[in-house]
Design a protein around this ligand. Structure first.
Ligand code: HEC
Ligand code: HEC
Length: 346
């Protein structure tokens, strides 16, 4: 049987409906090394906030409840909506009384896997982030004393808090814990790329596989230098040379939190899972499409002041740019039915 090459055997088995492990030299299959991109099944959580069903359900109600804002018309989901990939489809966010804010609403998809939150990293954890939008006069502009007084007398919320955090007060701690527990369930980890990593060779097209190799290759796109495995982020901050940084008094990003010169105009590397759902792109909403994003990197950025050393002209051909875009389109987990919470009556 020495004529029987491994590929011939695989072919026989697949005609019989068997799925054989891909041959090691199959250029379109994932390698063992590629498996570093597989996410842990669930995001990590703090010891004192294990995600019970009651906590997730309470957090989901809070996340979708506009009564957490002073004019009772803006919930977290108003800017992080499942209809827009858990973002808002806007260039930059619209806040209290439709005020246009300075930065884009990032998706909350896979934020549970990240070790630092916000474009400028000013929040460490999801628990630490959750009260911010309610307290911000630009966003939900809520009086927290009034909020907790209302939650404490609302029969539905009273019961939901008691089930989620028995014996604990209804306050900032339990409210932010519940919201964080819910956010950790908003996960994208079953995209064609993820299925391909797990061994389904057909899950990505040949173009998408090529796009991934260009994305990861240090001598080609070098995208993975910053959008690292497994969640497409290094949890770090970089100035990628956006036009907005060339304006007078630009948003200095991370520098305002940590005044190190290299961090001027540096923003957090965002995840790219589900990225096809969240146009427009960048913290200033300046790129309309994924092709515009790749073209920006291919030019080596626009404004070169304080530019990251990892952003330089790439000389990718148009076909190669299209391959990288096709790869990013393979990062979307197919839509699953999502049930909106039933909010407690007033
Ligand atoms: C007015 C729109 C708006 C509302 C309402 C809003 N957000 Fe945001 N959210 C944003 C913007 C804009 C940012 C980025 C701000 C920045 O980095 O300076 C953000 C950032 C975040 C992040 C960080 C994600 C990351 O990848 O860094 C999380 C988590 C988050 N919001 C959750 C919430 C929760 C929970 C609520 C409700 C309590 C909420 N948001 C309400 C617009 C909004
Ligand atoms: C030097 C690090 C670095 C490199 C290299 C890099 N990125 Fe980025 N990427 C970032 C940072 C930081 C942001 C957010 C910048 C901002 O908005 O100011 C970003 C944003 C993006 C976004 C927008 C995501 C969103 O939700 O708005 C996409 C898409 C993207 N990058 C794809 C790529 C691709 C494709 C490549 C390779 C051609 C690449 N990146 C190379 C750091 C990098």
């Amino acid at each position: 049987m020495n004529w029987m090459r491994p590929w011939a055997l695989a072919l026989c088995l697949s005609t019989l409906g068997w799925s054989a492990a891909p041959a090691a030299d199959d250029p379109l299959a994932a390698t063992p090394q590629d498996r570093q991109w597989l996410l842990p099944a669930v995001p990590p959580h703090p010891d004192d906030n294990a995600p019970t069903a009651a906590r997730v359900e309470l957090g989901k109600m809070l996340f979708f409840d506009a009564r957490l804002s002073s004019e009772r018309n803006l919930s977290c989901a108003g800017c992080h909506s499942p209809l827009y990939g858990w973002s808002d489809g806007l260039g930059t966010a619209k806040g209290f009384r439709s005020k246009v804010l300075g930065r884009a609403s990032p998706t909350i998809v896979n934020s549970g896997y990240n070790t630092i939150q916000m474009w400028d990293g000013r929040r460490a954890t999801l628990e630490h982030q959750a009260m911010g939008p309610m307290e911000s006069m630009d966003e939900m502009a809520m009086n927290l004393d009034a909020l907790f007084a209302w939650l404490a007398v609302n029969p539905g919320y009273k019961a939901a808090f008691a089930a989620a955090y028995p014996g604990e007060a209804i306050d900032k701690t339990t409210t932010s814990k519940a919201i964080a527990a819910f956010e950790r369930t908003v996960v994208s980890s079953d995209s064609p790329f993820d299925r391909w990593l797990r061994g389904d060779r057909q899950a990505m097209t040949a173009q998408q596989v090529k796009g991934f190799r260009l994305f990861a290759g240090p001598a080609k796109g070098n995208c993975a230098g910053c959008h690292q495995a497994p969640n497409f982020t290094d949890n770090g901050f970089h100035n990628i040379g956006l036009t907005s940084y060339g304006q007078a008094n630009p948003d200095v990003g991370r520098f305002a939190i940590k005044p190190v010169p290299s961090l001027k105009g540096a923003f957090k590397t965002p995840t790219l899972r589900d990225v096809a759902l969240t146009a427009p792109y960048f913290h200033d909403g300046s790129a309309a499409t994924l092709m515009d994003v790749v073209a920006h990197y291919n030019r080596g950025g626009e404004v070169r002041t304080n530019l990251s050393a990892s952003v330089k002209p790439l000389s990718l051909s148009n076909d190669e740019m299209r391959d990288i875009v096709a790869f990013m389109e393979a990062l979307t987990t197919p839509a699953r039915p999502f049930t909106l919470p039933t909010l407690p009556a007033n």
